[in-house]
Structures are given as structure tokens and as C-alpha cells.
Design a protein around this ligand. Structure first.
Ligand SMILES: [Zn+2]
Length: 220
């Protein structure tokens, strides 16, 4: 309960900052949103994209799931939460950028590597979207090797970037130059944010403090 009390106190200060003071952003935002960017992030409690990127309300449209995965385009009657968020962000909000935000120490990726989620009802089938990336990584690393986790976290970002392009209306906007896809990786061990550069096929630091990560595995 202590934490719940803290959250209510937190909301009170949010009220003061964002609603009560003159010129608060919600004076404008209460009539609608126009975020420029969609972020696909993990559910992990340490990887809140608004906090990491110090965003203001209204800046980013966010969909979070286990291991920050974008599934492939599957236009069947299934209940596709991530695909629905993509559709709304791209076709209604017309975002100009999509960021896939991977991260270090991802429990979902760890479960995929060691097979521990296989017996679950929902996590296993969900993360199996990255099975082919997992198989690629395991050609180079032992599953217990920490480098395997890092490589699969990064390979998962690339798989999701590729899956985005299987949505025809999304791919069309990328081809038209109206939409750009970014693959980012938050390393919480060194407090760094990396971006995938296709030219070097590596993740390079966006706010240089650490050396480039060369240990990702190509899944193309
Ligand atoms: Zn995660």
C-alpha cells in the first residue's frame, strides 16, 4: 500500500505541474493529441520511454509489450493489440517516426533464450515471433552466454523493424518518405542509448559516452 500512497502523491504533483499552473500543456492537449512519434517499448519497469527520452505529454504515442516486439502483418480476425496501435498511429495520427526501443537485461528475451516461457499460456507464443532471430543468435553463442542475450535483444529490434514493413500501408509511407523507422537500444548497465545504423550494421551511441556495440547478430 505504501507505493500506492506514493503514486497518489505523485499524481497530486502531476496535477500541480500539468493542470493547475498557467500555460500547462493540457490546456491545449485536452482537445486532442498530435504526437510526432510512435514508440514500441518493452513492459519492463525500467524502460519507460517518456522518462528515458524526457518527453512531455503529447510527444509520443506508445505501445508496450513483452520484449518490445512488432508482430508481422496478420490480417485475420485475431485480437491484434500491437497491430491496432500501429494502424491508429500511422493512419490516423500520421506519425512521422517509429522507434523500436529494445533494452538490456530483458526478461522476455532471456525467457526466449532459455526456453523458460515455453509452458506459459501467452508469453511463450508471443515471444516465439523472434524464434528465427533466436536460432541465428544460437549459431554464434551459447544460450547461457550473456552476449547471446545482448545479441538477441538487438536482433529482436531488427526483426521488429522488418516486421513493420510487412504492413502494406506502413511500408507505403516509408517508401514515400513520410515515415522513418528507427531501431534503438537502451543499455541500462552503462546508461547509454544506441541506434542501429544499416551502413555499419551495428548499434552506435546516440549520446556518446560508451564505445559502439559490435556484438549484435545480423538476422537478415
Ligand atoms: Zn524487456
Amino acid at each position: 500500500m505504501q507505493k500506492i500512497r506514493d503514486f497518489i502523491l505523485g499524481f497530486k504533483s502531476f496535477q500541480d505541474i500539468y493542470f493547475c499552473r498557467e500555460g500547462s500543456p493540457f490546456q491545449e492537449l485536452r482537445s486532442g493529441q498530435a504526437p510526432s512519434t510512435l514508440v514500441v517499448a518493452c513492459c519492463d519497469s525500467r524502460t519507460d520511454p517518456s522518462l528515458i527520452m524526457q518527453c512531455e505529454p503529447g510527444d509520443i504515442f506508445v505501445v508496450r509489450n513483452i520484449a518490445n516486439i512488432v508482430p508481422p502483418y496478420e490480417p485475420d480476425p485475431g485480437r491484434h493489440g500491437v497491430s491496432a496501435a500501429l494502424e491508429y498511429a500511422v493512419l490516423s495520427l500520421e506519425v512521422q517516426d517509429i522507434i523500436i526501443l529494445g533494452h538490456s537485461s530483458c526478461g522476455g528475451i532471456r525467457a526466449l533464450l532459455d526456453g523458460s516461457a515455453r509452458d506459459g499460456e501467452f508469453v511463450g507464443p508471443w515471444i516465439s515471433i523472434l524464434d528465427s532471430a533466436r536460432n541465428q543468435v544460437l549459431k554464434n553463442f551459447d544460450p547461457s552466454d550473456e552476449k547471446a542475450a545482448t545479441a538477441l535483444e538487438m536482433a529482436g529490434v531488427l526483426t521488429s523493424m522488418e516486421n513493420l514493413l510487412t504492413f502494406p500501408w506502413l511500408a507505403e509511407r516509408v517508401t514515400q518518405g513520410k515515415l522513418t523507422i528507427h531501431g534503438w537500444y537502451f543499455d541500462m548497465a552503462c546508461g547509454q542509448l544506441f541506434s542501429y545504423l544499416p551502413q555499419t550494421r551495428s548499434f552506435e551511441p546516440l549520446a556518446p559516452r560508451c564505445p559502439p556495440r559490435k556484438d549484435m547478430v545480423d538476422v537478415t
